[in-house]
Design a binder for this molecule. Structure first.
Ligand SMILES: Cc1ncc(COP(=O)(O)O)c(C=O)c1O
Length: 408
């Protein structure tokens, strides 16, 4: 785009005055976190050491077996072409086998599995396939932001269903007004949960499925943390619930289980019709997952499940260290059962989670995410991601103590 005259350029050189943005950009709140993230980078640019516990981006290494396969796949010129729209057959078969081994669910790899360049992208695309302007999605709040953003970008509205500490961050399904159930098209859930770390039991999944069947709502499960559960608990898939496949799909990502967030690889499993709708959007907007990434990711599915327990133990140990250290400075938080986060209540003197997160960054040089980034019911909390070594977690809490950022 050519900038035509100086008048059309603001003081920073941006073409603001004539750039007419799409209305849909105003439907999504700009990430509050983006402001703090910029401030974090400014501190880092000044050479200040920030303990960065903001994004849930795993610091562990991707599996060697995957990296080795990737080196081979890069050398195979077959992989240089566009990937097949429906995904590589071998990847789909390996993902279906993984679902079967892990959850005893049988899926048709051809029609009931689709690889994605990340769950985040897939969830956004899904909203465009289902939501018309004015349609409603039910999203438990606090939420992983994309669960609401997809609907909003597609012109829909979101009913935030509160996740409260007194209910162990499990939504009270009986409190949803019938008018909301009548109108809703999508219902999102995600356990183990980001940002609260809560886990749910199978009875909850059954009750939710029955509610969605009764009210003809499509159920979208985001099982990003299926293998990151603690203290011996095991996450269930929504597709294990009788009848769920008639109304549900489930997003699985390799980002967390296999520490492959930067590779951008995930898959969706479940109801064929919903997956086909998502596919329609995808074929019109993207080319699918890089062949090299699909070929190497197949190896990840062959890793024995016991290995995942070792990964979960790493996060569990970090969780325990963090909670123990935080206890020494006033926080007494119930143990989250999964995922990789501490959902930390702001000290009562703070008026907003943003203010607390801001102080953590500027007074203790510890980067976190303010709870309001995760929806209305995130206010009053900040999220700590356990994505650094144990020593750095000790360091973070020491810095908080020195800066007087304690719970009182
Ligand atoms: C619940 C949840 N779903 C999905 C994602 C993103 O997955 P992907 O890397 O596959 O886009 C995250 C990342 O933090 C998450 O917390």
């Amino acid at each position: 785009m050519t900038i035509k005259s100086e008048k059309q350029v603001d003081e920073t050189g941006n073409a603001k005055s004539f750039l007419k943005l799409a209305d849909r950009l105003s439907y999504v709140p700009s990430y509050i976190f983006a402001k703090l993230d910029k401030e974090k980078q400014e501190l880092q640019n000044k050479g200040i050491d920030v303990v960065d516990l903001s994004l849930g981006s795993p610091d562990l290494l991707s599996p060697k077996i995957v990296v080795d396969e990737c080196i081979k796949a890069v050398q195979n010129s077959e992989n240089y072409r566009y990937p097949p729209f429906w995904g590589q057959k071998q990847f789909k078969k390996a993902a279906a086998d993984w679902m079967n081994k892990r959850f005893s669910i049988q899926l048709d790899p051809e029609h009931e599995i689709l690889p994605l360049s990340g769950s985040k992208e897939g969830i956004t695309h899904l909203a465009f396939a289902i939501i018309n302007p004015g349609d409603l999605s039910i999203v438990p709040s606090p939420y992983y932001p994309v669960h609401s953003r997809g609907t909003l970008l597609a012109g829909g509205t979101v009913y935030e269903l509160p996740l409260l500490e007194k209910n162990k961050f499990i939504p009270d399904l009986d409190l949803i007004p019938q008018s909301v159930l009548d109108k809703a098209k999508l219902f999102f859930i995600s356990y183990p949960n980001n940002p609260t770390g809560a886990v749910c039991d199978f009875e909850f999944l059954e009750k939710l499925t029955n509610l969605c069947i009764k009210n003809q709502i499509l159920l979208i499960s985001d099982l990003a943390y299926s293998e990151l559960t603690f203290d011996g608990s095991i996450a269930s898939s929504i597709l294990q619930v009788k009848g769920a496949k008639d109304i549900a799909i489930e997003f699985h990502t390799l980002s967390k289980t296999y520490s492959m967030a930067g590779w951008r690889i995930a898959f969706v499993a479940g109801n064929r019709k919903i997956i086909e709708a998502l596919y329609e959007i995808k074929t019109n907007t993207d080319y699918g997952v890089c062949n090299i990434v699909q070929a190497s990711s197949i190896k990840a599915f062959s890793i024995p499940f016991d290995e995942h327990k070792k990964t979960a133990m790493i996060y569990q140990e970090r969780r325990d260290i963090m909670l123990e250290q935080l206890k020494k400075i006033g926080w007494n938080i119930p143990k989250p059962g999964g995922a990789m986060y501490i959902w930390l209540p702001a000290p009562p003197k703070y008026k907003s989670s943003f203010e607390f997160s801001h102080d953590l960054l500027h007074k203790a040089h510890v980067a976190t995410i303010p709870g309001t980034s995760f929806g209305t019911y995130g206010e009053g909390y900040v999220r700590i991601a356990l994505v650094d070594r144990k020593e750095r977690l000790y360091e973070a809490v020491n810095r908080m103590k020195t800066a007087g950022l304690i719970y009182e």
